[in-house]
Design a protein around this ligand. Structure first.
Ligand code: SF4
Ligand code: SF4
Length: 283
């Protein structure tokens, strides 16, 4: 089973939930935690696994053989991202704008375009016992996270329980990470901001046809609008984590909830069982 852990906004405790779930399950299952928050992967601050593999991620970008080029302009015409400009006797390629779709090389009438790899990030791996971490890391300054996320997801082994730590928000990297998962756990906080962003995140899961449930973090800080919204939408609230100074202190020291407070292990195991029941009923 593949569970994505997402949140409409940053700072809700998504990584706390993803890592606590992974720590709770590893005594019972082989677990893969995929950190797809590739602009700022921080699950390993809590997991503390030694990284022992690192693979570069490349996207194909066009390389023009000007000896063959007739400067017909077709490549610039077909590029939806303005990554190619054709001058009178020069073709300019802007690699940072290129999405690697291959349309220009496919459509060049004289086969003047080949492709070369451009490094946009890395996929790193580490493991300990039943727990494996696969994390993506986007190069600084790169705009597009999705190629790195899709490379991370290629390491999914469905024989394991897979937990995906998704980047915050509802944009393309979130959709790339959440799509194809069996269940999406949405972490929010009981405030108006939390509700607003939760609503957007729920819409994404509905659009993708993925069942979802909610974890309310810092319960007690706000009001009951999130509860009422979930009730109205028929979305289960699967876990509430209270606003607790001790939890915040553990997190600030890089200690996960279930490591610092082992009494939470059972609650995360129940959370997993609930997710499993929902997924089974959904199929
Ligand atoms: S499509 Fe091919 S031939 Fe035409 S301008 Fe581009 S590279 Fe040159
Ligand atoms: S590969 Fe696609 S995005 Fe990149 S320059 Fe060619 S047409 Fe544009």
């Amino acid at each position: 089973m593949v569970i994505s852990v997402a949140s409409g906004k940053g700072g809700t405790g998504k990584t706390l939930v993803a890592t606590s779930l992974a720590f709770s399950l590893r005594d019972h299952h082989k677990v893969q935690l995929l950190d797809c928050d590739v602009e700022e992967p921080n699950a390993n601050i809590l997991l503390r696994l030694a990284i022992n593999q690192c693979h570069p991620v490349y996207i194909p970008v066009p390389k023009v053989d000007e000896a063959k080029c007739t400067y017909c302009g077709k490549c610039a015409e077909v590029c939806a991202y303005n990554a190619v400009a054709v001058l009178k006797n020069k073709v300019l390629v802007f690699p940072e704008l290129c999405h690697g779709c291959g349309a220009c090389s496919y459509l060049c009438p004289v086969s003047a375009i080949t492709e070369e790899g451009r490094g946009v990030g890395v996929v790193e791996k580490g493991n300990s016992g039943n727990l494996e971490l696969i994390q993506g890391r986007l190069n600084v300054g790169e705009a597009r996270a999705t190629p790195v996320i899709s490379e991370v997801k290629k390491h999914i082994d469905l024989a394991n329980t897979v937990i995906i730590d998704v980047s915050p928000g509802t944009s393309c990297p979130v959709i790339e990470a959440v799509k194809g998962t069996d269940f999406c756990l949405l972490v929010t906080e009981p405030t108006s901001f939390g509700l607003n962003d939760l609503t957007l995140a729920v819409e994404v899961t509905m659009e993708l046809g993925i069942p979802c449930g909610v974890v309310i973090n810092r319960d007690g800080v706000g009001d009951d609008k999130v509860d009422r919204y979930c009730q109205k939408q028929g979305i289960p609230v699967l876990l509430k984590i209270p606003l607790d100074r001790k939890i915040a202190m553990l997190y600030s020291k890089g200690i996960s909830l279930v490591e610092g407070m082992p009494e939470w292990r059972g609650k995360f195991l129940r959370l997993f069982q609930d997710i499993r029941s929902i997924v089974a009923a959904y199929k």
